[in-house]
Design a protein around this ligand. Structure first.
Ligand SMILES: C[S@@+](CC[C@H](N)C(=O)[O-])C[C@H]1O[C@@H](n2cnc3c(N)ncnc32)[C@H](O)[C@@H]1O
Length: 278
């Protein structure tokens, strides 16, 4: 069944799984999307990618991405009756893993309708997923949800695409109940030699080359990742990123570097009162 998107005069819309609900297309946001060059690029980048996204993401991460995703999901500890918001859900891999691990309910949010279409195709094939996952089109910077609406929240490969990671972290934290878990996954730059040099070589030469074997779009993505990962950590080193988590009202923050430092999983617990130190 095709997914329906309804936009009633405003730009942020909900997409429920059509197979699951006749209410698909209920509008939930009231604000205009932000359209900075970084944001436009993030939207354009994912337009042509969804078809082979899952396999290619694993290949481009040297087969490590599924392990990282598993580690992040394991940090959530959701109960079956709880609701998790998965931001930047893309093709729904994390949403699927959360349901399989905990039988919880998941709302998967993304700003790309193409990625959400792919997520819809994946989820609609499995009755358990179709029943427990709802897909919503929206932006991490201005979530169409009330304060403390979710028990837990996950986000994967998101912060490199937003203009203000500190503000986005506050927004993500806002919708989580006190005591809820927040967990993220991101690429990282290895700290130690020789891995750092090998990583630089792989991202500058290997990633674009492997992308070229797949398609022009994936070649562009490989080149983009080679620039975007180091650029992100030169703006916000990992220690500073952990501080931003605390400033967003998330405590007991833990960091797990994986695969010689090529991936990082960060998780913590939403504190009782949200605070942001500026
Ligand atoms: C690399 S994909 C990751 C998808 C998924 N989390 C995964 O692990 O496979 C990044 C996703 O973030 C989404 N995205 C980027 N910026 C966003 C934003 N500001 N708000 C919502 N989604 C965003 C993109 O549309 C894309 O689907």
């Amino acid at each position: 069944m095709p997914m329906r998107v309804s936009r009633v005069g405003i730009k942020t819309a909900n997409i429920a799984l059509a197979a699951q609900s006749e209410d698909a297309g209920v509008v939930s946001g009231t604000t205009e999307p932000i359209q900075s060059p970084r944001k436009r690029h993030a939207i354009e980048l994912f337009e042509p990618l969804p078809r082979h996204y899952d396999r290619v993401a694993a290949v481009l991460s040297f087969g490590q991405d599924p392990r990282w995703r598993h580690a992040m999901v394991s940090a959530v500890h959701a109960k079956p009756e709880e609701r998790v918001l998965d931001v930047a859900t893309g093709t729904g891999l994390v949403a699927q893993a959360l349901v399989r691990a905990y039988r919880c309910s998941v709302v998967g949010l993304d700003q790309s309708s193409r990625m959400l279409e792919r997520a819809h195709q994946r989820l609609a094939c499995d009755p358990q997923l179709a029943e427990r996952v709802r897909l919503v089109m929206g932006e991490a910077e201005q979530l169409p949800f009330a304060d403390a609406e979710f028990d837990h929240l996950t986000f994967t490969y998101l912060l490199r695409y937003v203009d203000d990671p500190a503000a986005t972290l506050c927004e993500l934290s806002r919708v989580v109940k006190p005591g809820g878990r927040v967990a993220m996954l991101e690429f990282a730059v290895p700290e130690r030699q020789p891995w750092r040099t090998l990583w630089s070589f792989y991202t500058r030469v290997g990633l674009p080359a492997s992308g070229r074997l797949i398609s022009r779009e994936w070649s562009r993505t490989g080149s983009f990742l080679a620039r975007s990962i180091p650029e992100f950590y030169s703006r916000i080193p990992l220690d500073r990123l952990v501080e931003l988590w605390r400033e967003a009202g998330i405590e007991a923050v833990q960091v797990r570097r994986m695969s010689l430092g090529g991936g990082v999983v960060i998780w913590g617990t939403k504190a009782d009162g949200q605070r942001r130190v500026i």
